[in-house]
Design a protein around this ligand. Structure first.
Ligand code: GTP
Ligand code: MG
Length: 138
């Protein structure tokens, strides 16, 4: 089996979409292993987004992600990393296909960051690294 880190980002959390995201994860058949609601520190986000440091969207991304509450979730199930990314849809919510979380619930709000409701780990290595940042006791 496999685990993935899912985040309901501040846009999704403030819009009250956490339940809808969890509903889709559970309906797909994945298990919830851990859940927390927190406002991430810039230090946590610097670790989480280390691969993007130096990119033009990095500072706006950290500003946005530290702007409010986030729901952090660890999910479990065979191939759940790939499976959740399929549920989430493409990074750009305008282009994300209907049927996906971003395609059904997201749009371009004209802000600097692509506000796209959710994050999902992109590989087993990323998942292990990210779960250690968000759930050090797990
Ligand atoms: P996550 O699941 O959030 O990691 O999304 P992703 O894997 O589809 O995207 P990626 O890891 O490449 O980028 C992380 C986040 O940075 C995205 O979710 C967006 O919020 C933001 N982002 C990525 N690429 C761009 C970009 O080209 N422009 C802008 N403005 N934001 C971007
Ligand atoms: Mg990513």
């Amino acid at each position: 089996t496999e685990r993935s880190l899912v985040l309901v980002k501040p846009d999704g959390f403030s819009r009250g979409l956490t339940g809808e995201v969890l509903r889709r994860i559970e309906a797909k058949g994945y298990t919830l292993v851990a859940l927390d609601v927190l406002t991430p520190t810039r230090e946590m986000l610097a670790e989480h987004y280390a691969e993007h440091e130096g990119k033009p969207f990095y500072e706006p991304l950290v500003d946005f992600m530290s702007s409010g509450h986030v729901a952090a979730v660890v999910i479990e199930g065979n191939r759940c990393i790939e499976g959740f990314r399929a549920l989430a849809g493409a990074t750009d919510p305008t282009a994300a296909l209907p049927g996906t979380i971003r395609g059904d619930l997201g749009r371009d709000w004209g802000r600097k960051v692509q506000e796209n409701i959710v994050h999902g780990s992109d590989s087993p290595e990323s998942a292990a690294r990210e779960i250690a940042i968000w759930f050090p006791k797990l």
